[in-house]
Design a protein around this ligand. Structure first.
Ligand code: SAM
Length: 208
């Protein structure tokens, strides 16, 4: 499948109907989701026939993209039942099979623990930790501990040095695949502008 074709299919993915700021719910655009998954698949061979997990799966766009690209198994994890309900509806529309697990990934013990060593690849657009300080790093560490092959994640470019240092501590290779613009539309009451672009890094954490 071509990148443009994947992006065009993903445009039909429904987003949060009632986004919750406490969970930093910002949907990944079809443009970014397509590029993330297409790169993970075509450049690194981390998607097709692989068991893929999606941490903070929201409305499911990353999992759906993985499914379309031929992942062997897909599972998404999110704290919000409303988001999981939308994700399930999206999967029905797209005729894609994804398991969804409702869990608080920041808790010391959570449903992700059962998947340790059973997922090849984890993809995620986690909360950036602006409302819930440090949650981005908690989810990232868990992802790195869980995946057998690789973790793909989006993080604010301003946190790059910190993340590179942490990756070294955790003994994984971190590659900045691309610098991207994350378009945040006017979604919440406190938003003053029609949309704002945030500089984000698309990162790959590889395990050897
Ligand atoms: C930035 S949104 C990304 C959603 C989706 N992955 C996407 O790409 O459109 C972050 C997601 O993480 C979820 N989330 C936030 N805190 C969480 C937690 N502690 N445990 C599990 N999911 C969480 C939110 O509900 C939200 O769906």
């Amino acid at each position: 499948m071509k990148l443009k074709e994947l992006e065009s299919i993903l445009q039909d993915c429904e987003v949060f109907s009632d986004p919750k700021i406490q969970f930093e719910q910002y949907p990944t655009t079809a443009h970014l989701a397509a590029r993330m998954l297409y790169t993970a698949d075509t450049v690194y061979d981390d998607i097709e026939d692989k068991a893929v997990g999606d941490l903070g799966s929201g409305c499911g766009i990353l999992s759906i993209a993985a499914c379309i690209l031929g992942a062997g198994y897909n599972v998404g994890f999110d704290i919000d039942p409303d988001a999981v309900a939308i994700a399930r509806e999206n999967c029905e529309e797209f005729e894609t099979e994804v398991d969804f697990v409702l869990t608080d990934l920041s808790a010391d013990v959570c449903a992700l623990d059962r998947f340790k060593g059973r997922l090849d690849t984890i993809i995620m657009n986690p909360p950036f930790g602006t409302k819930n300080k440090g949650v981005d790093m908690v989810l990232l560490k868990k992802a790195v501990e869980t995946a057998n092959r690789a973790v793909y994640s989006l993080h604010k470019t301003s946190t790059r040095e910190h993340i590179l240092k942490k990756a070294k501590e955790w003994g994984v290779e971190c590659e900045v695949i691309a610098e991207m613009k994350f378009d945040v539309p006017m979604m919440y009451k406190f938003h003053k502008k029609k949309s704002v672009d945030i500089a984000v890094d698309f990162l790959r954490f590889g395990k050897s």
